[in-house]
Design a protein. Structure first.
Lengths: 452, 304, 275
């Protein structure tokens, strides 16, 4: 009981956080502040949500079938939450025949875009928030959820919709939210003489040197998937140049040509050049790197907090791992509590769906359940107000909740925040930084030139 | 007069019937061919003049896409061209000579000719996706066959992150590509070698030519048309390469192993730049044609 | 003496090249039956110490390999069939009926040999989806037949010019129409071309990944290359089931090939000579 209250309180903190919104939306970030906190208390009562699901189910008009595409493949840590949620939905909506297909992440991006350009989208589809969904919204391919959202206002704080709101209209149902976490293998840290994750950057570097002296590789990072590099690089930039600077650049409000960013990139590159990263990493995928981390090859692994689920599932490894925040590099510009992350995983309804209105309700109910089960599994923090018994949530996720509760501001992942073309230009340059093909100055100048 | 007219009538009727027959016989092929290959090219040509994301309204920008191909630092078009040309060079100057050598050797009817023929053709039949996955396991930096082998023979210094290292990534694509299709070209050339009449060979041998000389001066000139086809296939195949690059390096590290096809796919589906993707496909088609013509011309030149 | 040495050298070369070709297949087979402890441990290339057939179970159950194999087979066979029929008809019109633009038309069809199929993927996708023609076997069959058409016509031409023209004339004198000549005289004589066209077309269809990935979104109609890509994404760090999937995708065709190798090689060779 004690634990449950703690989690609830922490999450109330999450809700009050003013998230940095997406592109053309600044308004919703303000409104969420109080509403969120109240909603949390209301939502803490179990059962309320179930009742509303039944209500919505009763208001149907004959049998239809709905189709969904997502990326929760068999190996995805979200798989279980999707399966459980869909199972529940079947009981709640007996007259809706629900079909769903899961695709591997990269193929999915190809597939959904081809489907959008051909107007062949499924009724409900998984999407990343901000720019990825924004392109589809701009082309009028996505069904506006404002009307459906009215029914869920009390359970889903509006602040969480910030990343899927365009011109003041809501287009997405957020599922979970995640940040970049600094995961540490405490057994290895102990070998180097550290009991905790170092709190300052100087100490952090000392710790890395100590690890190296013990022939332990400090960082693992998958070079084959550039987004993994951004998890490191963005944290370094944010903790050097400040969250606001980075966010303005991501949203196109400021130029990339910023010397603070340039020197932050050089700082990151120094970590690479000093041999803190596993040299094999460039040829590995994220799953392979994660496995190496679990196997004890690296001391640190910076990646999304959705990994908590996988770590918690590994009984042998779980006691060794801790999660923390990347230390501040330049305390004049940045401070602790400036994080990378936010709600990104989203469900959307296609405008071309013949049953769009009912699909919208369905998407909200489904999103709520996926969020619920995903949170219990440790796949991330809930975008929805949690309900039911959440005491079983693993301690790692609880630590993440604590970090987020104390957060000052959040900057969304760069490749999600930027439009597809810009995001890939950015990723291309990040790749070159990791490979020491360009330095900080070339990075900022190149991006200032090539981003349209 | 009357007869003349009726003959003429009959003739036009016959002509018409022939035309109809030609049309009907060509129809299925033409329908498939035009709708799946030709029409899309026309569409691509048109779309390459637009700045278009694939789903909203596009803007006409003339040839700006073609210009940007060469100026934008994040579009590695020149690198992708260079890579496919390197691949083509390796195909023509490493793969085809090996294939030719094997074909000539097998043409001399060594013991077990059929067995070798069967084995050498095997990789051709395996799906490229399978070959890619298999070689990924060979290249894996930690547990891969190659690095473990180097460890075992105490050449640990030679170990690399094969698909991730700037120095070896392109090579690690070239090796399986060449390996897989040697059998294909070998069998093509073997067919030619077998087609050389034994009398010619014997005549040369009686004149005192060695086996190698016979091959060099009698057999190779005869199978030249097949070699030409092989060269065209090898070069256009290199320009079109896609599967192994996607699976082995995904264009990395740092986009140094991109090829036009992977760039094209990135443009269309990752970067939402349908117009630019169309531009790349137009360039790709133009290049394939140019090379096919060039190679044919080069062979003709030599003949004269 | 000299000759003997040379011969040995040649045999050594042949044996080495055989090993280079067979070893990866052997490696694939052995690691499909091992657990990670063996693959990552000491026994990387030996035969498995514990034969883990459960890898195959995962590949078939979660990877759905059997279904994908069937799909690939079906799509490939039907595409080849359509391609052969269309190609034979076209070749007949191009080579055995005299008309003014036949040369030009042949050149037109030969364009297809160099066109990269990536270039047409999105336009084709848009058309197919407007016709509500996605997620069917025919979604892949139609483009595959189109893409193999040029090669098929090339090979068919090689075979058809070998059929004496006197036969046509005799048939015409007997009162056979152009259609009758094609179906009664030419088609039966083209039987030897079938296997040759089939092999070349098989090589193009069986491998195809890009179209299959974009055009098919339901798992019911997914083909092998896409299935393997999905499975390898799911088991990146667990090599056994991937190996099992690779073996399932590869061995049936390899075994069929070994039994039919003579026929297949002869057909392939015929294509080279005639094309």
């Amino acid at each position: 009981m004690e634990k449950k209250r703690l989690v609830s309180m922490l999450l109330a903190g999450v809700m009050t956080l003013s998230l940095v919104g997406c592109g053309d939306t600044a308004a919703p970030a303000e409104t969420g502040d109080n509403g969120g906190a109240e909603a949390t208390e209301a939502g803490a009562d179990a059962g309320a949500a179930d009742a509303s699901a039944a209500d919505a189910g009763a208001a149907s008009e004959g049998p239809i079938s709905l189709k969904m595409w997502c990326i929760a493949t068999e190996s995805d840590s979200n798989r279980h939450s999707y399966e459980a949620a869909i199972e529940d939905m079947k009981t709640a909506y007996p007259d809706i025949t629900f079909e769903w297909e899961a695709f591997e992440n990269q193929s999915y991006k190809t597939k959904i875009k081809a489907a959008v350009s051909a107007n062949e989208m499924p009724d409900i589809f998984f999407t990343w928030s901000c720019a990825f969904l924004g392109d589809f919204v701009a082309a009028d391919k996505v069904y506006c959820l404002d009307e459906a959202y009215e029914k869920y206002k009390s359970e889903l704080p509006e602040v969480m919709l910030g990343n899927s709101t365009y011109d003041g209209k809501h287009y997405g149902v957020p599922l979970t939210m995640n940040i970049v976490g600094l995961f540490a293998n405490m057994d290895l840290l102990k070998e180097a003489g550290y009991e905790e994750i170092p709190g300052t950057y100087d100490e952090f570097i000392k710790c890395c040197d100590a690890l190296k002296a013990k022939k332990i590789i400090p960082f693992g990072c998958a070079g084959k998937e550039t987004w993994c590099v951004t998890e490191y690089l963005e944290s370094v930039i944010e903790k050097s140049a400040g969250a606001d600077t980075l966010n303005d650049i991501f949203l196109g409000k400021a130029t990339w040509n910023n010397p603070d960013v340039g020197s932050a990139v050089d700082t990151f590159q120094k970590l690479v050049k000093d041999g803190y990263f596993d040299p094999s990493g460039v040829g590995l995928t994220n799953d392979e790197v994660k496995n190496n981390f679990i196997a004890g090859k690296y001391a640190f692994y910076m990646n999304g907090t959705w990994n908590c689920a996988d770590f918690a599932n590994n009984a042998e490894f779980f006691p060794k791992v801790k999660v923390g925040e990347f230390p501040v590099i330049n305390s004049d510009k940045s401070k602790l509590g400036q994080l990378i992350g936010g709600p990104s995983d989203t469900l959307a309804v296609s405008a071309s769906s013949p049953n769009a209105a009912r699909a919208a309700d369905y998407a909200f109910e489904l999103g709520k359940l996926i969020c619920h089960y995903g949170y219990l599994d440790g796949c991330g923090l809930p975008a929805w107000t949690p309900y039911g018994d959440t005491s079983a949530v693993n301690p790692l996720t609880q630590t993440v909740a604590e970090i987020v509760a104390n957060a000052d501001s959040m900057v969304l992942f760069g490749d999600t925040a930027m439009a597809a073309d810009d995001a890939n230009t950015y990723l291309s340059y990040v790749d070159q930084v990791y490979g020491c093909q360009v330095d900080g100055t070339q990075f900022i100048e190149g991006l200032a030139k090539d981003i349209r | 007069m009357e007869r003349d007219k009726s003959v003429k009538n009959q003739k036009t009727k016959k002509e018409f019937q022939k035309g109809l027959a030609v049309f009907l016989f060509l129809l299925p092929g033409l329908l498939l061919f035009v709708s799946i290959l030709i029409a899309p090219i026309a569409v691509s040509l048109y779309r390459s003049l637009f700045d278009w994301d694939g789903f909203s309204e596009g803007t006409f920008i003339g040839l700006a896409n073609y210009g940007e191909l060469f100026t934008n630092g994040s579009i590695k078009f020149m690198i992708s061209l260079k890579n496919s040309l390197i691949l083509a060079l390796f195909s023509v100057f490493i793969q085809l000579p090996i294939a030719l050598l094997l074909a000539l050797i097998l043409g001399r009817k060594p013991k077990g000719e059929r067995f070798y023929l069967t084995v050498f053709f095997m990789p051709v039949l395996i799906s490229t996706v399978v070959i890619g996955q298999l070689w990924l396991k060979i290249y894996n930096p930690d547990y891969g066959l190659l690095n473990r082998f180097l460890d075992a023979v105490r050449l640990g210094d030679w170990k690399h992150v094969w698909v991730g290292d700037v120095k070896t990534a392109l090579g690690s694509i070239i090796v399986p590509t060449i390996w897989q299709y040697i059998g294909y070209h070998m069998l093509l050339m073997y067919a030619g070698v077998k087609g050389v009449s034994p009398d010619l060979r014997e005549a040369a041998m009686i004149d005192g030519a060695t086996k190698w000389q016979t091959d060099r001066f009698i057999v190779i000139p005869i199978i030249k048309p097949i070699i030409r086809v092989s060269v065209i296939f090898a070069v256009t195949g290199s320009l079109k390469s896609y599967d192994l690059v996607r699976i082995l390096t995904d264009g990395g590290p740092y986009q140094l192993t991109e090829v036009p096809s992977t760039l094209l796919e990135n443009m269309m589906f990752l970067r939402n730049r349908y117009g630019m993707g169309s531009t790349i496909s137009v360039m790709l088609i133009a290049l394939c044609f140019a090379f096919a013509l060039l190679i044919s011309a080069a062979f003709k030149e030599k003949d004269n | 003496m000299m000759v003997g040495k040379k011969k040995t050298f040649i045999y050594i070369l042949l044996v080495i090249w055989s090993i280079i070709n067979l070893f990866p297949i052997y490696f694939m087979f052995t690691f499909s039956l091992k657990g990670n402890d063996e693959i990552f441990g000491a026994n990387i290339i030996g035969l498995p110490q514990h034969w883990l057939w459960s890898n195959y179970e995962s590949a078939v159950k979660t990877g759905n390999m059997a279904r994908y194999f069937f799909n690939s087979l079906l799509v490939t066979v039907v595409s080849i069939g359509i391609s052969i029929i269309a190609a034979m008809m076209a070749t007949y019109a191009l080579t055995r009926i005299k008309w003014r633009l036949s040369k030009l038309a042949t050149a037109f069809f030969m364009l297809g040999l160099t066109i990269p199929l990536q270039a047409s993927i999105v336009p084709v996708y848009v058309v197919l989806s407007k016709l509500h023609w996605l997620n069917k076997y025919s979604t892949l069959i139609v483009p595959y037949s189109a893409f193999t058409l040029s090669m098929s016509i090339l090979i068919c031409t090689g075979f058809m010019v070998d059929i004496p023209y006197d036969l046509d004339e005799a048939a015409r004198i007997d009162g056979c129409s152009l259609y009758g000549t094609f179906f009664k005289i030419i088609m039966p004589l083209m039987k030897p071309a079938l296997s040759t066209v089939g092999i070349y077309a098989y090589l193009q269809c069986w491998n195809e990944f890009m179209f299959a990935n974009v055009f098919i979104s339901d798992s019911k109609h997914r083909t092998l290359p896409v299935g393997i890509k999905e499975l390898s994404g799911a088991y990146t760090t667990d090599w056994g089931p991937i190996g099992a999937a690779l073996v399932i995708a590869t061995f049936p065709t390899l075994i069929a090939y070994v039994f039919l190798s003579r026929k297949i090689q002869d057909s392939f060779i015929a294509g080279a000579v005639k094309g």
